[in-house]
Design a protein around this ligand. Structure first.
Ligand code: ZN
Length: 74
């Protein structure tokens, strides 16, 4: 079975931090099924809440730049 890279918690997200903590705890006790569960939950949460692994602030409804003004000839 091929493993994808485990999802990374999004900075500043409490839900991601919580799931990351669960995952770390599971790793500490070598509970592989719990680690996998945490990865699945983290991935589902990120798909629902973050959509993309990397936040793209530019994608947030950026207003179009104003049209260039044409200079009228006097
Ligand atoms: Zn999150």
């Amino acid at each position: 079975m091929h493993f994808d890279r485990p999802p990374q918690p999004a900075p500043g997200c409490a839900d991601c931090a919580e799931l990351d903590r669960l995952r770390r705890n599971a790793r500490d006790v070598y509970d592989h099924s719990a680690v996998t569960d945490a990865n699945v939950l983290l991935r589902q949460h990120q798909r629902a809440e973050h959509r993309r692994p990397e936040p793209a602030p530019q994608a947030l409804s950026a207003p179009e730049p104003p049209p260039r003004r044409k200079r009228r000839h006097p």
